[in-house]
Ligand binder design. Structure first.
Ligand code: HEC
Ligand code: HEC
Length: 613
């Protein structure tokens, strides 16, 4: 009893210690060469605050003079930062914390007010300053957490919502509603902010949603994303005309996101069918759709002017829209909703954008160049007025060079898309693509997740590639239709980056339910007993040969390489053609032994196991 009490006190002490753990530490030599990789930028009373993802630091700059004031280490790594009243909120994806940060009156020093533990793998946050509400999307644990921030800078968790997908971008459309987008595919959920309940789900004709904004003039939700046509294939013509991959700005009237009982919208499929425009080569229009009340799509790219990986966006109160095109190092802008987009050049991989308080200036954070592009909005047309450096950059490793190429749309023909456009953040956009992995067309394949791929030789669904290098060469020449000459293909850095990607954490691991449950032990036995481990063997749960498990593709191929099962719970739909939309469907399909279907008990044990790998 006494011992238990002591342990309790000790645990509490540890908890308190970690809750108030280290304050912000001033970087003593801000001129040191580093690789900061800024991911977010916030404007606050004459200052620019920049969250640096790789260094886990926040840089403070004078917004007017570009002078670097100081740099503060606040985390292992950062993924996002927002302002809420006089506080800064930043997310650390390594310690899974939301950090509340305060600035002194002159904005010269930072201090950490609170570190709040969150569901694992926090990825993004949204703030409603008026009500002090904060919402955080946790990627692999598929959770949205609602908090309230008090005047005094204390966060309190209000409620949590389990999401049907791995959430990425999110935005309060007003104090009552939060819009949450799938980080990989094209689903969007609307959540009630008081209860956290999902009241509406909309599927847009796209994936890789990277920008969300409300246009107050048109009362619509704007969404930047990409659309991959699975019926098309990666030939020069199809890429050139933007048929294989389009990059678009979608606009959904806010009223359409309101009522769950609105019969017109209750079926996302019908929304998709009736309201998605085609992006055919000849039907590409420079004008946005005129239809009022309908979901419209505005194609951002035109032949020979690709627009790979459109991203973050802001809409001013005067109806101007500014959005970054992360893959082509540009900013697209229009000064009114009815006008076409024009472009400006930014630094390498613009990822975040913010405005000053009067909407006179926009600041763009360039992730791969450690810089901020400053754009004046006061003239007839936006123009770049200067570029701030966040400090000198160190030499990049081969892997880091590979990462930059992986996210670079200029590697593809005319800049239409990057590797990340299909293998979103190294994972999968969940779509099918016909990239001739099997040397013939007409049999599109599910885009494979590259997370943990290093240990899964051979590569491609049919196991035809013996090395990652081999696959990357094909990806560059065929999937990307790259115009880089064969001798200069950047195979080595890309392969090094791909190899460095760790497997996705399983759903059970991410939600911290991976206990030493006797059921899990039983499930492991069942995996062996049912013969799964004959093909899904070893640490990576795969084997070298390609086998016939009773699935035939459109061109009659029957032999496929057993996919690795690590992180398998995070990457539906499953099978080479995405025919199974749940893991239960995979198990019930009896693809390994149709003559002896698994019993319901076996199915539930194996499903548990798959969610733990
Ligand atoms: C248009 C979408 C698309 C683009 C762009 C794309 N890929 Fe792929 N990738 C696929 C598909 C689909 C497959 C599976 C092909 C198959 O097996 O038939 C694949 C397979 C792979 C694999 C094999 C993975 C495994 O586990 O078998 C690697 C590695 C890979 N791609 C790397 C890259 C790299 C690097 C780039 C950029 C240079 C890239 N891909 C661009 C769609 C794409
Ligand atoms: C004879 C070899 C073999 C056996 C035995 C086998 N599998 Fe598979 N498995 C495969 C192959 C090959 C595929 C890919 C088939 C396709 O997509 O066309 C696959 C696909 C899968 C997938 C989908 C993976 C993805 O990323 O789409 C899961 C999950 C899976 N198997 C689980 C199991 C389980 C659980 C068992 C035991 C009940 C099992 N497998 C037995 C060969 C096998």
């Amino acid at each position: 009893m006494r011992l238990r009490f002591l342990v309790g006190v000790l645990l509490l002490a540890c908890h308190l210690a970690s809750a108030t753990a280290h304050d912000a530490i001033r970087v003593s030599d801000p001129d040191r060469a580093a690789y900061r990789a800024p991911c977010d930028v916030v404007y606050m009373s004459g200052l620019l605050l920049v969250a640096n993802s790789k260094s886990g630091t926040i840089s403070i700059l004078d917004a007017e003079s570009a002078a670097r004031c100081s740099e503060w280490k606040v985390a292992e790594s950062l993924v996002a930062m927002q302002r809420c009243g006089r506080w800064l909120l930043a997310l650390d994806p390594v310690t899974h914390q939301l950090i509340v940060i305060g600035l002194d009156a002159e904005g010269r020093t930072l201090h950490v007010q609170q570190r709040l533990a969150l569901p694992r793998y926090p990825q993004n946050l949204a703030v409603d300053s008026a009500s002090g509400q904060v919402a955080v999307a946790s990627l692999w644990s598929r959770t949205v957490t609602f908090c309230t921030l008090s005047e005094a800078g204390r966060l309190m968790i209000r409620t949590r919502t389990s999401m049907p997908f791995a959430p990425g971008r999110l935005l309060f459309t007003d104090s009552d509603r939060l819009v949450v987008a799938d980080n990989f595919g094209g689903e969007i959920c609307v959540l009630q902010s008081d209860s956290g309940q999902i009241c509406r789900t909309v599927e847009i004709d796209g994936h890789n949603i990277r920008g969300l904004a409300v246009n107050p003039k048109t009362s619509s939700l704007m969404v930047t994303c990409q659309t991959l046509d699975s019926r098309s294939f990666s030939t020069y013509e199809h890429v050139f005309w933007g048929v294989l991959m389009q990059n678009g700005l979608h606009s959904i009237p806010l009223v359409r996101l309101e009522a769950a009982d609105d019969a017109r919208d209750s079926d996302p499929e019908s929304l998709k069918k009736t309201e998605t425009a085609t992006y055919g080569a000849t039907s590409v229009s420079r004008e946005p759709s005129k239809s009022v009340g309908a979901h419209s799509q505005y194609p951002l790219g035109t032949p020979s002017i690709g627009s790979g990986d459109p991203g973050a966006m802001v809409v001013t109160s005067h109806d101007a829209t500014l959005l970054v095109i992360s893959g082509t190092n540009q900013l697209a802008f229009r000064t009114a909703s009815h006008l076409p987009f024009e472009r400006l050049k930014t630094g390498r991989r613009p990822e975040a954008i913010c405005l000053d308080e009067n909407e006179d200036v926009a600041f763009v954070a360039n992730r791969f160049e450690d810089s901020i592009t400053v754009i004046s909005l006061t003239g007839n047309s936006p123009e770049v007025i200067r570029t701030f450096s966040l400090g000198s950059m160190r030499q990049l490793t081969t892997e880091e060079q590979g990462e930059q190429l992986f996210y670079d749309a200029t590697v593809s023909l005319d800049g239409w898309y990057s590797c990340h456009s299909c293998h979103t953040d190294g994972h999968t956009n969940g779509r099918l693509a016909d990239t001739f992995g099997d040397e013939s067309k007409g049999a599109p394949k599910k885009v494979t997740s590259l997370l943990g791929t290093a240990d899964t030789a051979p590569w491609a669904w049919n196991g035809s590639r013996e090395s990652v290098e081999d696959q990357v060469r094909t990806s560059l020449i065929i999937s990307m239709q790259t115009q880089v000459s064969t001798e200069q293909l950047p195979i080595e850095p890309l392969a090094a980056f791909v190899r460095s990607l760790p497997p996705a954490p399983s759903v059970l691991e991410a939600t911290e339910q991976l206990v030493t449950d006797p059921t899990l032990t039983q499930a492991r036995h069942e995996f062996v007993r049912a013969g799964c481990s004959n093909c899904h063997a070893g640490n990576a749960y795969t084997t070298h040969d390609s086998v016939d498990v009773g699935l035939v593709d459109e061109i009659g191929s029957t032999h496929f390489n057993p996919p690795s099962l690590r992180g398998v719970s995070q990457r539906g739909p499953w099978f080479h053609d995405g025919r199974a939309t749940t893991l239960q469907e995979v198990l019930r399909s009896g693809h390994h032994a149709p003559e002896s279907p698994l019993t319901p008990e076996q199915v539930s044990l194996l499903e548990l196991l798959l969610k733990s790998l």
